[in-house]
Design a protein around this ligand. Structure first.
Ligand code: SAH
Ligand code: SF4
Length: 411
């Protein structure tokens, strides 16, 4: 990123050149510092002829005090601030729509990219827990998703593009800032306590940008979040789970949704490439990496409850067998319907019976509360009014209509 900075030593005599810092010209497209990891920022300052520790100072202003104006960075010299103003900026994606629900849920729709751009969504869900008030932010990693799970409205949108680190961390920045806008800079604090990479997109298919964003989440000069409070959710990109194990220590959630390959192939098509046995083995390797010292004492298993599809007693029994040797907590997610969805939500009784089978066998099994319904912010509804650029949704609606027509004429 720092390549956009124009640095030259023209107009300096020979003696000056050997001791002075480079001359910096204003540039047309400014470098956005928001998404830079500590290592990238250190390099950026070194390239400018500045000391590395400036990176930490600037990171604190950006990610802990939510300052976007270099003039407010009081521990940076006037000269350096001027230099920075010429060539860089601190810019979160534009908010095109925001909605704050009565239950405390907040939702933002961001525009990313140039011109008309694309829209992505971010949701903040508050909850009380043992340690006090928890605020969990559900972050998107891509515009749309290529994986086309049959119950997911993001999948129906098709894949449009990866988000950049600035667009990913910008969601966290904006959520924190939304609580601090009116607070004087010196008194500002970080409000979001937990992050889940469970918004739009498959985070492991935008690996580098997601990794550097999560590094910022954990970095003490940025958000300083506990590694147990940052969770990456994946539908099961097995080789990337192994890479993640090497690169960072965060909590892992798996979108399982089916206890056998036949059903999972239908619901989560990436299962055809990485079937259940391979996925469970990758989870076991992930947990084995750093033992009890890390965030990796268990994986979270997400299981969306689809009426009559994956919610029967035999499915619960199969799930018990599948997870026998994997330390896991199971989260049952009542299906959130969307227009033309081919599924219904399992009944409350069905979900409770399913939960009982798993709890009786010793698993911690929770039922996700549906929150933020009044602002269309519940899981799997993240694409509400987001534009469809790939026509997958259109083709899919056509297919559903054709099938309905066949059924009607046959019946
Ligand atoms: N691609 C990643 C992360 C984003 S999906 C993954 O699949 O894990 C976040 C979670 O929401 C996943 O568990 C997904 O399966 C679930 N989800 C998607 N559509 C849903 C719907 N309509 N109702 C309930 N949960 C849904
Ligand atoms: Fe993509 Fe996850 Fe939705 Fe599947 S559930 S289509 S992987 S976002």
């Amino acid at each position: 990123m720092s390549s956009a900075v124009v640095v030259s030593s023209e107009n300096l005599d020979e003696k000056q050149q050997s001791v002075s810092t480079p001359v910096v010209h204003a540039v047309e497209k400014k470098v956005n510092l928001l998404g830079m990891s500590r290592a990238e920022l250190e390099k950026f300052f070194e390239d400018l002829g500045e000391k590395k520790f400036r990176a930490g100072q600037v990171m604190k202003w950006i990610h802990q005090y939510f300052v976007t104006d270099f003039a407010e960075m009081s521990n940076i010299s006037g000269k350096l601030r001027e230099k920075l103003e010429k060539i860089c900026e601190i810019k979160a994606p534009d908010v095109v729509h925001r909605n704050y629900s009565k239950d405390g849920t907040r939702k933002w729709v961001f525009r990313v990219g140039d011109g008309e751009g694309s829209l992505v969504e971010t949701v903040l869900i508050p909850a009380e827990d043992k340690t006090g008030a928890r605020k969990t932010l559900c972050i998107s990693s891509q515009v749309g998703c290529a994986l086309d799970c049959s119950f997911c409205s993001t999948g129906k949108q098709g894949f449009q593009r990866d988000l950049t680190p600035a667009e990913i961390i910008g969601q966290l920045w904006m959520a924190n800032y939304s609580y601090m806008e009116e607070v004087p800079v010196a008194e500002r604090e970080r409000t979001v306590t937990n992050v889940v990479m469970m918004g739009m997109g498959e985070p492991l298919l935008n690996y580098d940008a997601v990794l550097s964003s999560m590094q910022l989440m954990l970095d003490d000069f940025a958000y300083g979040m506990s590694k147990r409070r940052v969770t990456l959710s994946t539908s099961g990109v097995v080789p990337k789970i192994d890479q993640l194990a090497q690169d960072i220590d965060v909590a892992l959630a798996i979108s399982l949704h089916a206890p056998n390959d036949e059903l999972r192939n239908e619901l989560v098509p990436i299962n055809k490439k990485y079937p259940l046995q391979q996925l469970i083995a990758a989870c076991q390797r992930y947990l084995a990496k750093d033992g009890n010292e890390s965030s990796r004492r268990h994986v979270t298993i997400e299981y969306v409850m689809l009426d009559g599809v994956n919610d029967k007693p035999e499915h619960a029994q199969q799930l018990l067998k599948l997870l026998k040797n994997l330390p896991s907590k199971i989260n049952l997610i009542p299906f959130n319907p969307f227009p033309h969805a081919p599924y219904g939500r399992s009944s409350r009784n069905r979900i409770i019976a399913f939960q009982k089978t798993l709890s009786d066998a010793g698993f911690v099994c929770t039922i996700r509360q549906t929150r933020g319904d009044d602002i269309d912010a519940a899981c799997g509804q993240l694409v509400g009014q987001v534009a469809d650029r790939t026509r997958r949704a259109e083709q899919w609606k056509k297919k559903v209509a054709q099938q309905q027509e066949i059924l009607r004429t046959q019946g």
